[in-house]
Design a protein around this ligand. Sequence first.
Ligand code: RTP
Ligand code: MG
Length: 140
Amino acid sequence: MALERTFSIIKPDATRRNLTGAVNALIEKAGLRIVAQKRIQLTRAQAETFYGVHKERPFFGELVDFMISEPIVVQVLEGENAVAKYREVMGATNPANAAEGTIRKEFALSVGENSAHGSDSLENAQIEIAQFFSGNEIVG
Ligand code: RTP
Ligand code: MG
């Protein structure tokens, strides 16, 4: 088993409803440690860069508008197999398909307003962490 770090966002639909602590409780219950965390508001340019992989998708404009609509909480999570484990803790992208007890099943409003982001690979985790945190902000 490998000790990994993954990048997480608590999305605007969740911060707006004061669910930061409730999301963090599920993260910690799963054995992941929050080793960095800050509340920020994304600029449009930051959101477009972050979700650049989806720029040709029909939902891209809506996704960027949503991600800049309210503050978000960005985090670094550390633990055994953290990348895959956090994807499990989040649940499926569409909350209708998410398993019981997952963040998206518990809290997501729709496939777009789905409360959480988690990196989909170790490589992307490293890229995404570097976009938002400097090394001395992460304390493992
Ligand atoms: P994320 O990147 O945010 O962790 O989500 P994911 O991997 O589960 O899903 P992905 O396919 O990467 O999609 C990124 C985000 O775009 C929004 N989305 N909206 N309206 C739609 O059909 C649609 N599909 C995706 C969601 O906010 C999704 O998390
Ligand atoms: Mg994704």
